[in-house]
Design a protein around this ligand. Structure first.
Ligand SMILES: [Zn+2]
Ligand SMILES: [Zn+2]
Length: 777
């Protein structure tokens, strides 16, 4: 009887959703169906993959099991729906033409690093793709950067400019080939080509482009390389002169550069790496990973990442990079092809114009880049991947929301901008857009919003933005809200930070939010950044904060941390305080006198509670760093001074006190600064001061959370804000909170810095209207 049932024929009608297009899914289905002798068809629609298969019940069951458990490497299945009916009598199994359905959408695959099979081909002299820099297959290569609309088919990508040759077409049409329906499929006969030109755009005569480019790099030249999502600037990372020249030309005096290293075993020559870090480096996403740098033993120039313990390292992720790295035989600096703070250049003419004066040569190609796409940056903490910059390999893959969302556009922060568009249970956070401080980046921001709206068929019902009215994204939000007659919801910066952390951890119940960052606009008009919030997705109450201190000159105090140090010293300490005996006494006496007056008379001195500024100020007070040429440089330099190994004995901290003002517990810092001033005057080592400051801030956090927990009963703490990129502080704080029996949530999938803000904004905007807050009835 059972046997009879198993042999009876049935038809299964299957829907598959997720990243299932452009990743070799239909050939996989075809092979699987053929293997089980099932007939029917598979096709892409703009919403999903549809499959009908018929055959023996037992074969259908096994087909479905393998479909779910063994998909191609780049596929990500979110949902499989199956219904059964009577067989339709299909004679064979076919791949049907794609169908575009109105208002449907699908997930789009990120660009993926070159797979092993393709790598083998480009290094095999007998292969027809030997040394061909645009080799790819369904398991690897460009996706998001070339797609203009859905469904994902060649005519809707920038590859439509290239007509496949006979051999490529055969591969493309052969369901058993690895290149079946690989939209960017190409070969030396029919695909994109590389060209090496000089700074004037004149072709460089050579027989082998890679050999010539490598020769130039080894001679110390800077080459602009058109990569996957835009141009990169490359130079020999072991040549200090080249690195310095690149810094000078790019107007980037000390912000660290990332390096590309040929192989994992080469990485080990320069850095200490854990298994988790190797796995991340070698993953299909192949991001930049911050690794512990053995800079004394490494041949990589110190100038690549001055004063830092960590080096941003990535492996080659396109055939072009593999071929170039192999030829050069040394690690290359590989940094975004832009002048500081502009968006990355993506087109040939644009690069020749904008990178003029920076690059000596240009390695160009003629495969169009539709979307700009920077390298992603990650670190591994406690064996988990932590996102610092989310772009290549990750975006536009969405974050899953634990609820069905309205269609919302959240415009994000001004620095490290990303935006977020929501639909259903998907939050599409854009790739890293950059600092929205100039017209070029704003244009990039607006174009990318339009691309995401089109790809994912989203028409926003609500516009969210930061509370800061002067942020460019906030101004954009206000403008389009008026133009489209949509509600505009400004969201407080730190509320958004913490909600972003809650959502990616699936936490809905109230938390104590600890938001430490550099600058965020507060509801009282002050600059917040050292905040303890009792909150949920709907609302928040500020229940604790670091004491307000004057920030002499406002933004000037961010770039010049000594101004901030003076803000703490003259703002908090007794009137008779003088700089005598401190390294800062050597600063220009006229300037410090003017700043002192500015502070005492409160002229252009906005108030701030920022923890980022606290670290900056201590860095300056110790004489370590007086100016920051990149965001948080002083604070980062101070973090780097702390010893790597320290005992677990009695924790020594600086003194501080709590004071309650209008229901808010304020952390008073006068005693802390007096103590540090004494230590600096007494010549205590900066490393000791640094560690003690980190421990103090961690202990303040634990004590404050314990007080709040006593009042509210809340035992969940979420940590967010750019300050938690500080690995030492993150570790000391999470350890301390866990020892005090708190459940601690930190970021993994989205950055704790302002790059993660848009997600929080979108979620808050979704719930703002409803009145179901758990803590604020
Ligand atoms: Zn491949
Ligand atoms: Zn071809």
């Amino acid at each position: 009887m059972d046997r009879l049932k198993a042999n009876s024929k049935q038809r299964a009608v299957i829907d598959v959703q997720g990243v299932v297009q452009g990743v070799g899914f239909r050939p996989f289905v075809y092979r699987l169906a053929t293997q089980f002798k099932l007939s029917g068809w598979v096709r892409n629609t703009s919403g999903k993959v549809e499959i009908e298969v018929e055959g023996k019940k037992s074969d259908l069951t096994e087909f479905l099991r393998q479909l779910k458990t063994n998909p191609p490497p780049m596929a990500y299945i979110e949902y499989v729906g199956t219904t059964y009916s009577t067989p339709a009598g299909y004679p064979d199994f076919r791949i049907r033409a794609s169908v575009s359905l109105k208002n449907n959408y699908q997930l789009v695959s990120p660009d993926i690093a070159t797979c092993k099979d393709c790598r083998n081909e480009i290094f095999d002299p007998d292969d027809r793709r030997y040394h061909y820099p645009f080799t790819n297959c369904t398991n690897c290569g460009p996706r998001f950067t070339i797609i203009e609309d859905i469904p994902y088919d060649r005519p809707k990508t920038t590859m439509r400019a290239f007509k496949m040759c006979r051999r490529c077409e055969q591969e493309y049409n052969d369901p058993l080939n690895r290149r079946f329906h690989a939209q960017p499929n190409a070969c030396p006969d029919c695909g994109p080509q590389l060209e090496l030109v000089d700074a004037a755009g004149k072709p460089v005569k050579c027989t082998d482009t890679f050999w010539k480019a490598a020769e130039l790099l080894k001679a110390g030249k800077i080459i602009a390389i058109r990569g996957l999502g835009g141009f990169q600037l490359a130079c020999d990372a072991t040549n200090a002169n080249s690195v310095n020249l690149l810094r000078k030309r790019k107007h980037r005096p000390s912000k660290p550069f990332a390096v590309m290293v040929a192989t994992t075993s080469d990485v080990k020559k320069h850095c200490s790496v854990s298994t988790d870090e190797i796995n991340l480096l070698e993953s299909p996403q192949a991001p930049v990973v911050l690794l512990r740098w053995n800079n004394k033993k490494s041949g990589i120039a110190r100038e690549v990442a001055p004063d830092l313990k960590y080096l941003g390292v990535m492996l080659p992720y396109t055939p072009l990079h593999h071929l170039l790295l192999r030829e050069v035989g040394a690690p290359l600096v590989m940094t975004s092809g832009n002048l500081s703070e502009e968006p990355i250049a993506k087109d040939n003419d644009e690069a020749l114009h904008r990178l003029k004066g920076i690059a000596d040569y240009f390695l160009l190609h003629n495969r169009g880049i539709y979307a700009r796409y920077d390298d992603s940056v990650y670190m591994v903490e406690e064996s988990e991947q932590v996102t610092l910059r989310r772009a290549r390999g990750y975006a536009p893959y969405p974050i899953h929301l634990p609820f069905k969302s309205k269609q919302i556009l959240a415009c994000g922060a001004e620095l490290k901008n990303t935006f977020c568009l929501t639909r259903d249970d998907h939050a599409f956070i854009s790739q890293h857009i950059g600092d929205l401080e100039n017209a070029e980046t704003l244009e990039h921001f607006e174009q990318t919003i339009e691309l995401y709206k089109r790809l994912f068929r989203i028409e926003p019902e609500v516009i969210a933005c930061d509370l800061h009215p002067e942020y460019l994204p906030s101004k954009y939000a206000a403008r389009i809200a008026i133009e489209n007659k949509l509600p505009l919801l400004p969201v407080q910066h730190h509320h958004a930070h913490i909600v972003s952390c809650m959502v990616e951890n699936g936490v809905e119940t109230p938390v104590i939010g600890v938001a430490f960052d550099g600058v965020g606009y507060g509801t009282d008009g002050a600059i917040w950044g050292g905040e303890f919030l009792v909150m949920d997705w709907h609302d928040f109450r500020r229940i604790g904060q670091f004491e307000y201190v004057p920030m002499p000159g406002g933004a000037a105090a961010i770039k010049k941390p000594y101004r901030m140090a003076l803000g703490y010293l003259y703002g908090l300490l007794d009137d008779g305080f003088s700089l005598e005996g401190l390294p800062m006494a050597k600063l220009n006496a006229n300037e410090t006198a003017i700043i002192k007056q500015q502070i005492q008379k409160r002229i252009n001195c906005p108030l701030t509670s920022s923890v980022g500024r606290l670290f900056d100020a201590v860095a300056a007070l110790t004489g370590l760093t007086y100016e920051s040429t990149y965001e948080a440089q002083a604070a980062i330099t101070l973090e780097m001074q702390a010893p790597d190994k320290f005992g677990r004995g009695k924790i020594i901290t600086y003194p501080w006190s709590f004071e309650t003002q209008n229901g808010v517990t304020v952390i008073k810092l006068k005693e802390l600064f007096s103590a540090i001033v004494d230590e600096v005057r007494n010549g205590v080592a900066v490393s000791e001061i640094s560690l003690k400051l980190h421990r103090t801030v961690a202990q303040i956090t634990v004590d404050m959370c314990s007080r709040i927990s006593l009042q509210t009963g809340i035992t969940q703490v979420a940590l967010s804000g750019g300050v938690f990129q500080n690995r030492l502080l993150l570790k000391l704080t999470t350890d301390g909170l866990r020892q005090a029996d708190f459940q601690v949530f930190t970021h993994r999938l989205v950055p704790c810095n302002d790059g993660g803000l848009s997600l929080g904004q979108a979620v808050i905007a979704n719930f703002k209207e409803s009145k179901s807050s758990l803590i604020f009835p």
